[in-house]
Write a protein that binds this ligand. Structure first.
Ligand SMILES: Cc1ncc(COP(=O)(O)O)c(C=O)c1O
Length: 425
């Protein structure tokens, strides 16, 4: 069977049809280094992922050969930059299920995408007494804008609670999502618990009650095949830097009729049709929402990240993560003092694995692991309300991606065992 990818002919093992980690690791120059005298084991992928050589090269090439401002120049470089920027928009549209490219807005990240909806859609549509429904497991990016909007509009903010296993507790959902609900904003995959939420089912319910649905896909798009049309959502937000792309690029998918009905977010150049001192008309979507010079080079380099993931195949990426998460959970569960948060069943979750040690603070865990070259995250992970529900001030979080393999999990486990010895436990 031929399973060669253009970027890396050995990225997929022909015998097993699985990702070939050694070969994939070699595409990421940053991984080929020692940190504190040890091989770098990078397990902070939920925060940001590393970049393959093709993305780094695309960025260098852009600044060496193309750099020009887009949409306004008539010289060759401006036309080339515009074409490549718009090609990435088309590529993103295909990557999330084949939507109209005009429904893809480039932003600086998931945070800005959600703020755009909160300001443009929220300010226009939320009225006093309306209800906004979020979940207890939201990242602050999909929480703070709704708290502030609810306060400003005297709307009611409701939360879907979570179960002890880290799933959404839907037992009272008919009381939470009601005919007063104007917006359901929920994460597709939790950055703390790894939980994959039933976005399609909840969207259907919310639509039946007349609400609009926004899903935060920051953790989902990098790890799962995502089809926004199949999910049925009205808005979907994610970030390039969590899926091998550069920082400073985000995506907002929005249903065209909704985007056409709401006002722009950033006012200034690029987003207008005609300006007079007494009257201004807006450009068509998506340009209405892309005021000012965008992050051109990074958007163009993002195209290479999408190609890289497509060549691996998002189904393979997902299957790899299911296998590796299962292994990691089994290994971590066997350790003294370690408690894992979130679903234990890997088919129901992604690669962000939060855990605590009953005797050692997460910050100390992270520091000790760093001394062994293992990079993880410790803290509240921008989810303070969730931490309160879990009864924790913080957790340690190891998060996996395509270049991680069982040897990385083994290094993590070895370092955790040594840590307890080091602390005399
Ligand atoms: C679930 C989730 N939503 C939103 C964000 C915010 O993404 P960004 O910082 O790229 O805007 C993150 C980042 O960690 C996240 O994990």
């Amino acid at each position: 069977m031929e399973l060669k990818t253009k970027n890396n002919p050995t990225a997929i093992d022909v015998e097993s049809c699985r990702l070939n980690h050694e070969s994939i690791k070699a595409d990421f120059p940053i991984l080929d280094q020692k940190v504190n005298g040890h091989r770098l084991v990078y397990l902070d992928n939920a925060a940001t992922t590393q970049k393959p050589r093709v993305v780094i090269n695309a960025l260098i090439e852009y600044y060496r050969k193309t750099n020009a401002n887009i949409h306004r120049g008539f010289h060759s470089l401006a036309e080339k930059a515009t074409k490549e920027y718009e090609q990435t928009r088309e590529h993103v549209a295909r990557f999330i299920g084949g939507v109209d490219p005009n429904e893809i807005i480039f932003t600086r990240g998931t945070t800005e995408s959600i703020n755009l909806v909160a300001y443009s859609w929220g300010d226009t549509n939320i009225k006093e007494g309306d209800e906004i429904v979020i979940t207890e497991m939201e990242h602050h990016s999909n929480l703070v804008p709704w708290v502030i909007l609810a306060q400003k509009k005297k709307a009611v903010l409701k939360q879907i609670p979570i179960t002890l296993c880290g799933h959404l507790d839907l037992s009272d959902i008919d009381k939470i999502i009601t005919s007063k609900t104007k917006l359901l904003a929920l994460t597709h995959m939790s950055n703390v618990l790894g939980t994959i939420n039933p976005v399609a089912e909840l969207t259907e319910l919310a639509h039946r009650r007349g609400a609009v649905v926004l899903a935060d896909g920051a953790q989902a798009v990098p790890h799962l095949p995502v089809d926004v049309k199949a999910l049925g959502v009205d808005f979907y937000a994610f970030s390039a830097h969590k899926m091998l792309g550069p920082t400073g690029v985000g995506v907002l998918y929005g249903r065209r009729e909704l985007l056409e009905a709401i006002p722009p977010f950033n006012l200034g150049g690029e987003m207008i049709r005609e300006v007079r001192f007494d009257r201004i008309t807006w450009a068509d979507v998506p340009y209405k929402f892309e005021g000012g010079t965008p992050n051109i080079g990074d958007v163009i380099a993002f195209d290479s990240a999408l190609t890289y993931l497509e060549e691996l195949g998002m189904d393979n990426v997902r299957q790899h993560e299911i296998n590796l998460v299962q292994y990691a959970i089994e290994q971590l569960s066997g350790l003294d003092g370690i408690e894992i948060q979130g679903p234990q069943e890997s088919s129901l979750r992604g690669g962000a694995i939060s855990f605590t040690d009953k005797d050692i603070h997460p910050h100390d865990i992270s520091q000790f692991l760093d001394s062994r070259g293992v990079a993880i995250r410790a803290g509240h992970h921008c989810a303070q309300p969730l931490m309160r529900t879990l009864g924790k001030v913080a957790t340690a979080r190891a998060s996996l991606y395509i270049y991680n393999d069982m040897t990385d999990v083994d290094e993590l486990v070895r370092a955790l065992i040594d840590m307890r010895k080091y602390f005399g436990l």
